[in-house]
Structures are given as C-alpha cells and as structure tokens.
Write a protein that binds this ligand. Sequence first.
Ligand code: FAD
Length: 366
Amino acid sequence: MSATVFDVAVVGAGPAGAATARRLALAGRRVVLLERSRFDVPRVGESLAPNVQPLLRELGVWPGFVALSPRPSWGTRSVWGEPEERAHSHVFHPFGCGWHVDRRAFDHLLADAAVAAGAVLLTGETVRDAAFDDGLWHLPAQRLCARVLVDATGRSAKLARHLGAKRLLFDRLVGVATRWTGVGETERGHLLVESAPDGWWYSAPLPEDGAMVTMLMTDADLCATRRLHDTGQWMAAMRQAPSTWQRLAGARRTSPPQAWNAHSQRMLSPGASGGPWLAVGDAALAVDPVSGSGVLRALRTAKAAAEAVEAVLRRPGDAAAVMAAYEADRDDECSAYLPERARYYAAEPRFDSPFWRRRHLAGFRG
Ligand SMILES: Cc1cc2nc3c(=O)[nH]c(=O)nc-3n(C[C@H](O)[C@H](O)[C@H](O)COP(=O)(O)OP(=O)(O)OC[C@H]3O[C@@H](n4cnc5c(N)ncnc54)[C@H](O)[C@@H]3O)c2cc1C
C-alpha cells in the first residue's frame, strides 16, 4: 500500500501546531496534523494575555473562541518583592482584558479550525521518528509522507531531538498544580502571582463555576527532595504564600497535585542537512510561565513558521536560507527573553533559599 503524500506534516496539535496547520491549509496546502492525544487529557496554560485577541481574529477563530465562554481576566495581582499585594490592571490595555480558558477546549477549537480550513487531523497518533528520503519526509508508523515537517510537540521537542537539534536548557522549573472548586466570586476576575521561599505560586480562575487552578512553581530537584508533589507537603508549602492561602479559604481541592515540566529551553536546529523541517512554539523556544506569554508566543511563531514553510514549498532551492532566517529570529527571541526572565526574578530579593539564589546568579541571564 503506498503512503499518502502531503505538502506539510505538522506533529502536535497544541496552539502552535494547530495554528500553523490552519494557516497553511488556508493557503491551499495539503496539511496533515498529527496529535498523540484525543484532547481527552488535562492541559495547562489557561491564562491568555490580552494580545492573543488580534492573533485569534487573524486566524478567523475569534467567534469560536467567544463561544467557549472564556472568563475575562481583568488583570494580575502580585505579591512579589514586597509583602503587599499590587494590582496590575488590563483595563487600559488596548484589548481590555485577558482570558482564562479551558485549555482542552481551546486547543480543540484551534485543531477543529485547522480541519475546517482543509487540514487532515489524525488523533491518537504519537510520532516517534521521521526520515528524509528521495525529497520527502517519511513517517513510517503513520504511512504518510510530506515535503516539509513541522515539530510542534511542545517542550518534549520530540522530532527536533530525533533530528539532531541541540537542547539549551536554562533551568529545571516544574509546576505542581491542583484544581479547586467553590472559590468566591471576588477572586474570579484576576490572576494572582505570589513569591514564597520554595518558588512562586500562581492561581487563576477557570471558566466553569467557582473553579480555579493553583500551582507551585519550583525546581525539579527541590520538588523531589521536599516531596512537594505530595498533597500534605504541597499544602504546607502553600501556607507560606498567605495571599494564595487566603484566596482559597472555603474552597475545596478537587485534584491531587500534578507536576508539569515548565523549564525554559531553546532547541538549536542543526540546519537543513536532511530535509526541510522546523520547530514551532515550545518545541523551538519554551519560556518560564512567569512571563505569561507561552500561548501568545506559540501563536506568533505559528505565523512565522507558516510563512517559512510556504516559502520553502514555493522555492525548495532556498530551503536552507529560509530555515536559517527562521532560526535566527528564534535566536533573537531567545536573546530578548533571557534578560526579561532575569529581571522578573531580580525583582524579588527577599528569600535566601536555593530556588531564589539560583535565579540571582549572574549566569541566570543565559
Ligand atoms: C505549568 C505551566 C503553566 C503555564 N501557564 C501558562 C499560562 O497561564 N499562559 C500561557 O500563555 N502559557 C502558559 N504556559 C505555557 C503554554 O502552556 C505553552 O507555551 C503552550 O501550550 C505552547 O504551545 P505548543 O503548541 O507549542 O505546545 P503544547 O501546548 O505543549 O502542545 C504540544 C502538542 O503536541 C502533542 N504531542 C507531543 N508529542 C507528540 C508526538 N510525539 N506525536 C504527536 N503529538 C505529540 C501534545 O499532545 C500537544 O497537544 C504554561 C506552561 C506550564 C508548563
């Protein structure tokens, strides 16, 4: 049986992959979008910056987004660098507010939008390898081929690593998350970020009634040695974040702590020695959630990636130059991100603990 041939195979249907697939399908390309899940497992990253609005409009998914009934976020409150809570309102932002979404529903919406544009979505498909031969990428397990390959597998950067990309790992941050219900309405319009000795806390409303996600961001080794993924230790750590603790007074925890990798990393492509491929979203550059910009960056790089892929398909002879230019832009993004990350952490000098000492070293600027 012969393999089906596509112009582009996009692996991973998170925001980056789905948006890339939709853009290319709208441009008339034959696109296959491969996703290992069936959008049936929990996802994190539910607070969207106000700036996602123009990108979602440009993608043509704004009405669908509004139909998901996302919860408006009027701003962020932070306890960072001083014991008092500070409010940072979105009210004067040109787009008025950010959003709290159900990430499974949001990601599914974007994947459906790719399908509506003509992409073929294959769920339950874990792509483990790809080989370039005779002008085409071959995905043997899926029995399909494509002229260009896009790695959109998130922080795992599954294909980039398989294809020889070098990983620059900037930290070992993890997020240990729980979900809550019964949170008071006054707490449901904003995000709260609060520093503490073990790291920092993040709590954000979810669209469903009274629901909230609460996360401890700490380092993987500290999480392991202090057993911060155990409910008792996690709750004890939260007592050291009084605003977060107070916010959840009277609420009920509905899930045990679950750890997520949240490290910052840049995958350096080895160049186009094989066939044309590129990484998009977290698979290219993954940033600290303290920046609140993960989904925004995923959608932005999807636009850049789609343009690069389109250029490669039109002028295959220029593939190496197009990919090099795309990589140079990601390098610039990374160079701008690292000092920004260092500035966030430098603004909290109060704790003399391993988590904070690591972030106050000169080398933390990357
Ligand atoms: C704890 C935590 C909290 C965060 N909070 C926020 C936040 O509040 N706001 C924000 O903007 N960002 C946040 N982020 C970051 C945000 O979640 C990511 O930046 C964003 O999801 C990146 O999108 P992506 O499409 O690149 O990758 P992902 O969303 O990770 O999507 C990757 C997709 O690829 C699929 N996949 C993986 N491997 C394979 C494979 N081998 N074959 C097929 N499919 C595969 C996965 O199932 C997934 O669907 C947070 C991140 C973490 C870890």
